[in-house]
Write a new protein. Structure first.
Lengths: 281, 779, 171
């Protein structure tokens, strides 16, 4: 696409109105880094969302609320009780990209290599969408298919709410890459709840090596009720193939990637279990 | 850093003098080609072939020519059809003349089709889309096996293709080059061995990835000549080859190289300047052509992939009885550098170890893939992967420590090798005995720094993450003897400063500084008294350019001789001014003085006297140099790795690069070359590769998908300079820049073996390959 | 399809300026066109760092920003950093350490390092590497760049804190 107009609305409602007026010729613009992955010459008008007060991180009761236009580097630097978002954010691309790329930009139009959708699925995050008024949608529904579908009519993502991890809950993620800044070969995120020595609940999500990020339900089912041991994790990870069809990556076979995913799932679960047992994030 | 005994009195050389242009670059001053863009410059864009092998049946540029802002369109129908070679080599080139500015055939995805010069980039790109091309697709050749097969499609079937010197060239068989030699009898040597080996190795494509992409600008001067300002390693070859391809005299062209943003060999090529110059000539406007990053990957020159068969024989006592090195390189769609790279794969490696029976066979073939060019290491990189991997294998068979095995067998000072004469670069080589050689000391110092003593066998290692240490020994060369020439002039100014004009090409290596140090040492003055101007075909004397590790050893000696020439004149005038005989005076600290120092006169006084006052003349020294040998630098590398045995991921923890480069003229710059080349070698071994689709298109043409290391990825690299003294080099110097890139692939490969027992015969050592090899290990 | 010209107003190296531009012009192209040529083109895709500038205190890729995204913002380029007579500490250290080879990556590295020093206190190796991970160098292997950076950080930590004031836009 080709930028032919730059609009800077003064409020959220103005932004939505502009987008509704522009229709398919309008495009919300936060950091803008994703625009460079959209080739072609279709003229679009960019509606700038970076002056609407949507860049913030705050804890409100049982949730952290991150404004949709918050750059990843802010999320990387933030520290809060049992905060875990920095782990993945510091692994996304490079410093200059993290300074400009926003959480909203990473999840409103999901590219195959995106890490944040995987993390937010695991964390059971809630997205706040403005459609004239604010409404919340959980991650499972938001990422049930390409989220861009939700924003074609001018609606906007305003914030992402992430539950504060309670005690006995732990989060772990693994991003397998060739170099620090490379696109992920496999991204795994896991959230475990431990109770009475066993896994009471598990959310395990995967991305990058599959067409679209998703939860691995068979893996989750194989974890629930079991002890958080290496054997449990390996047995559960071995089921990942029933949930996900792994693709070849970077010249390496799908078979290899499936094996890598299995190892990464075990690693992510180990980390989540450590976290849950009380290691500080 | 310890100084060699013979270097201990040097004042300018063997000192880490500040690089002359460092502050200019750190301040961001206008320095590179694109910084000098005139406001009225046109933008050039090229239509590249989407097909690997096709004839152009029809090409219609009429619509494009009429589009807004378009000033000129070039294609095979409106430019001279003059066959030439794009490789930056001495004339006549040891490479096929198989290239045209524009041809009616395309030979790889990324080959030239037609070009546009327009007022803006947008207009140029729009015009490209209006060019109509009809192709007749031809069967492509994508592998060496396909290229060599009887009845294979002929990539260069044009009648004009030929070689300008009598070397093997059979384009009908896609054979670009063949060079072979034998010393002793390989068959006999194998019969004497207790253990014999026969292994095959593959080395991959890579791109140099200079951070400044190919950039070239041309404009007409008021006098009607063409001024080419270009990011090149070879300004003089550029001038000659552009003259040929445009069909105009050399006299009409001036080539200037400003600062350039890296080259590593890919800019030893005349890849842009012919088209840029033609546009300037046709439009009368300045024209800029800058490759974007994708074009640099696809169309830019690359490292030749090699297929290597290595056979050796070894006795229980460690004697290597036979070596047969058979190398075949894939030179891609055009043949420049094909012969010289394959020659160097034997010539710059086989002398390293004693062996009475050595057989070498080197071939180069065309394919319809990106074009191999000159890349740091130049064939030695590829061959050392095979040789140094097999050295470890041999050592294990006879139960010897691989370090001791190498210590036993490596070439010593004063020794020669039949290979030096047998393998030159296009011609016969030059017989040579090795003068300076501190390889023994490199091995010892490197082993200590790397903790070689604590190395244990892989069979005892357990756990998911396993560590290993591997090593290799290396050599390279310094210049191409009897073939390459460099020259310098140096003249004095009133304040005792000097203008040093050299053809030699600084591509960021710091050669301007190194040459200034050499001149200053010879002239007994300070390096900062030198004003260096380099690489301007009008204003500086000839130099072949920056390649073959020749700048310090060859151009440096030309500079020293020119400085000595100027010094003779300074002494004569100084003596005259002091009323003494020339034999009674000497130079010291920018003065001419008598033995006891009671009478002296400064260089500044001498300059004023000789320029203005009496018997006036310009004190100016001029000299040229051809080398008579190519003394090898030597190195020993040690890599410590950690392997994740569940995923196959390999991490380099520590890397030690020792180097004997004779006298290190500027130790900081020598370390910088060693550190940079080593890291390049590490990513070449682990993460760099060209991924092609089934149509021969390179798929990962960006830094996002072609992985080179950032500051966050880098392992600890320790460069250790081990001094020696090369009598034939300026103040004892040899080369330093290429050798270091040869080490990481074999050293890391050997380290992976030491960690896991897995041997890999091809790289990059991707996680999948490593994991597969680990699973195949039998305890 | 018509492309409009429009204008963008921003502070560049401390000076408020207004430039003619187009909605699809990249900040890198505008900067170089207007004479700030220390900022380099290396890839145009936000992968090499040669075009790094500081915008509102953050290191960013000028090739990935549209010029209009700089509207009303403060941009700093390498031209703000120092002079021959008074180079900035990071420039002095890079030169002294022998860390400048071809130099093409250096302005970008200087800007990223500057953003690091102006944002973080008590800079560990890990944090420093995260700030510098978007600047590729092919010449040096990063060894001497790292030495120079570490020296500059240690020097800055030893000095009393002062707010960096951008110099007037010297081209």
């Amino acid at each position: 696409m080709k930028l032919c107009e730059f609009v800077r609305p003064a409020s959220l409602s103005q932004a939505r109105a502009s987008l509704r007026k522009l229709g398919p010729k309008g495009m919300p613009l936060a950091g803008g880094t994703a625009l460079h992955f959209m080739p072609g010459k279709t003229p679009v008008s960019a509606v700038d969302l970076t002056h609407l007060g949507l860049s913030y991180i705050r804890q409100k009761g049982n949730f952290f609320e991150i404004g949709a236009a918050t750059p990843l580097s802010d999320i990387q630097r933030y520290r809060g009780p049992r905060w875990a978002m920095h782990e993945i954010c510091r692994r996304i691309s490079t410093h200059q990209i993290r300074n400009v790329s926003t959480i909203g930009g990473n999840i409103c139009r999901v590219f195959p290599w995106a890490d944040l959708p995987v993390v937010l699925l695991a964390m059971n995050a809630r997205m706040v969408i403005y459609s004239g008024k604010l409404k919340e949608m959980d991650a499972d529904e938001f990422f049930s298919s390409q989220p861009a579908r939700l924003f074609r009519n001018g609606d906007l993502l305003t914030a992402v709410k992430i539950p504060v991890l309670k005690a006995q809950h732990g989060f772990g993620s693994v991003k397998a890459t060739r170099n620090a800044a490379a696109f992920s070969m496999v991204t795994i995120a896991a959230l475990l709840e431990l109770k009475g020595g066993v896994i009471a609940a598990a959310r395990v999500a995967a991305g990058s090596a599959i067409p679209f990020p998703k939860r691995l339900r068979s893996v989750e089912a194989a974890l629930t009720g079991k002890e958080p041991s290496a054997e449990t994790f390996r047995a559960a990870a071995a089921l990942a193939g029933t949930d996900a069809k792994w693709c070849k990556q970077e010249g390496m076979s799908a078979e290899y990637v499936a094996g890598l995913a299995e190892v990464s799932i075990v690693d992510a679960l180990e980390r989540a279990a450590e976290f849950a047992r009380g290691r500080t994030a | 850093m310890k100084r060699h005994e013979l270097a201990k009195n040097f004042k300018q050389v063997n000192t880490s003098v500040t690089k002359i242009d460092a502050m200019q670059l750190a301040l961001g001053k206008d320095s590179y080609v694109a910084d000098f863009l005139p406001k009225d410059a046109l933008v050039i864009k090229m239509l590249w072939s989407p097909h690997a092998h096709a004839r152009i049946k029809k090409l219609d540029v009429s619509k494009a020519e009429k589009m807004p802002g378009v000033k000129c369109v070039l294609w095979h129908g409106n430019v001279p059809r003059i066959v030439h070679c794009t490789a930056g080599q001495g004339f006549p080139e040891p490479s096929p003349y198989d290239t045209f500015m524009f041809d009616n055939k395309v030979r790889f995805v990324g080959d030239r089709v037609a070009a546009v010069a327009a007022e803006t980039e947008e207009q140029a790109l729009a015009a490209l889309e209006a060019i109509k091309v009809e192709y007749e697709l031809l069967k492509p050749v994508f592998t060496l096996a396909e290229a060599m097969a009887p009845g294979a499609p002929v990539i260069h079937d044009e009648p004009e293709a030929h070689v300008p010197i009598p070397i093997t060239y059979e384009p009908k068989k896609n054979l670009v080059a063949h060079v072979a030699c034998e010393a002793g009898s390989f068959k006999k040597g194998m019969a004497e061995a207790d253990f014999t080996f026969d292994e095959t190795y593959e080395t991959p494509y890579a791109q140099h990835c200079p951070i400044e992409p190919y950039t070239s600008m041309a404009q007409m001067t008021p006098a009607g000549r063409i001024l080419i300002t270009t990011s090149t390693q070879v300004p003089f070859h550029c001038r000659r080859i552009v003259a040929r391809t445009l069909g105009i005299p050399v006299q009409k062209i001036r080539v200037v190289k400003p600062r350039i943003g890296g080259g590593f060999g890919c800019k030893q090529e005349i890849l842009l300047e012919d088209v840029t110059a033609m546009f300037a000539l046709r439009t009368g406007r300045p024209c800029l052509w800058r490759f974007d990053r994708e074009e640099t990957f696809r169309t830019g020159r690359t490292r030749h992939p090699f297929h290597i068969r290595l056979r050796t024989g070894v006795k229980k006592d460690g004697t290597i009885t036979a070596i047969a090195l058979e190398c075949i390189n894939n030179t891609g769609a055009y043949g420049g550098h094909g012969l010289t790279v394959v020659s160097c794969s034997g010539g710059k490696t086989l002398p390293l170890y004693h062996c009475d029976n050595i057989l070498f066979d080197g071939k180069s073939y065309y394919t319809n893939l990106p074009v191999g060019g000159a890349y740091r290491g130049f064939g030695a990189t590829q061959a050392f992967f095979a040789i140094e991997s097999l050295m470890d294998h041999m050592a294990e068979a006879i139960g010897m420590d691989p370090l001791k095995f190498r210590q036993l067998n490596h070439i010593r000072p004063g020794e020669g090798s039949p290979i030096f004469q047998a393998l030159g670069e296009g011609r016969e080589g030059v017989p040579m005995t090795v003068g300076s050689n501190a390889l023994g000391e490199c091995i010892v110092q490197g082993a200590e720094a790397a903790g070689w003593e604590k190395r244990t066998d892989w069979r005892g290692k357990t756990g998911r993450y396993r560590r290993g240490i591997g090593m290799c020994c290396l050599m390279q060369g310094s210049s191409i003897p009897d073939i390459d020439m460099g020259a310098a002039t140096i003249k004095i100014n009133e304040d005792g400063s000097f203008n040093l004009n050299v053809g030699a090409t600084d591509l960021g290596t710091g050669s301007d500084t190194v040459l200034a140090q050499i001149a200053a040492e010879e002239l007994e003055t300070a390096t900062d008294k030198m004003i260096v101007y380099s690489s301007d075909t009008d204003m500086t004397p000839f130099d072949v350019g920056a390649y073959a590790s020749s700048t310090t050893y060859l151009s440096g000696e030309a500079v020293r001789k020119a400085a000595a020439d100027a010094k003779r004149q300074i002494l004569a005038t100084g003596a005259e001014m002091l009323g003494l005989k020339v034999e009674e005076v000497h130079c010291e600290d920018a003065h001419v003085l008598n033995a006891d120092g009671s009478k002296k006169v400064s260089y500044s006084d001498i300059a004023n006297y000789s320029l203005y006052q009496k018997n006036q003349y310009q004190i100016i020294g001029t000299a040229s140099h051809i080398t008579k040998k190519s003394p090898p630098p030597f190195a020993a590398h040690f890599a410590e790795v950690e392997v994740d045995t569940l995923t196959g991921f390999v991490k380099v923890l520590n890397y030690v690069s020792t180097i004997d480069c004779g006298t290190a003229v500027n130790p900081a710059l020598c370390e910088g070359q060693t550190e940079g080349g080593t890291l390049n070698g590490i990513s070449y071994a682990l993460t760099e590769e060209y991924l092609f689709d089934e149509k021969g298109k390179m798929q990962n043409a960006s830094f996002a998908d072609y992985h080179i290391y950032s500051m966050r990825d880098r392992p600890n690299i320790k460069a250790i300079l081990v001094p020696s003294y090369e009598d034939t080099g300026p103040f004892g110097a040899k080369s330093v820049s290429e050798i270091c890139i040869n080490g990481p692939a074999p050293a890391i490969g050997n380290a992976i073996y030491n960690a896991t027992g897995a041997r890999l015969n091809e790289f990059p050592f991707t996680p999948e390959k490593v994991l597969k090899a680990i699973k195949a290990v039998k305890k | 399809m018509k492309t409009n010209t429009c204008s963008v107003s921003l502070s560049i190296n401390g000076e408020k300026k207004t430039f003619a531009t187009r909605p699809d012009e990249k900040l890198l192209d505008l900067l170089r066109r207007e004479g700030y040529k220390g900022t380099k083109y290396g890839c145009g895709q936000g992968t090499c760092g040669a075009c790094t500038v500081i915008m509102d205190g953050r290191a960013v890729y000028a090739c990935l920003l549209y010029s209009m995204q700089a509207e009303g913002r403060k941009v700093r380029t390498i031209e703000s950093m120092g002079t021959y007579d008074k180079p900035a500490p990071i420039q002095q250290e890079l030169v002294a350490a022998g860390a400048v080879q071809c130099g093409y990556c250096i302005p970008g590295i200087i800007m990223s390092a500057t953003a690091l020093m102006e944002t973080e206190k008590d800079i560990s190796d890990e944090v420093a590497k995260e700030y510098m991970d978007g600047n590729l160098c092919r010449c040096t292997g990063y060894e001497k760049i790292w030495v120079a950076l570490r020296r500059t950080l240690d020097r800055a930590a030893a000095e009393p804190a002062k707010k960096a004031s951008p110099k007037g836009g010297k081209k």
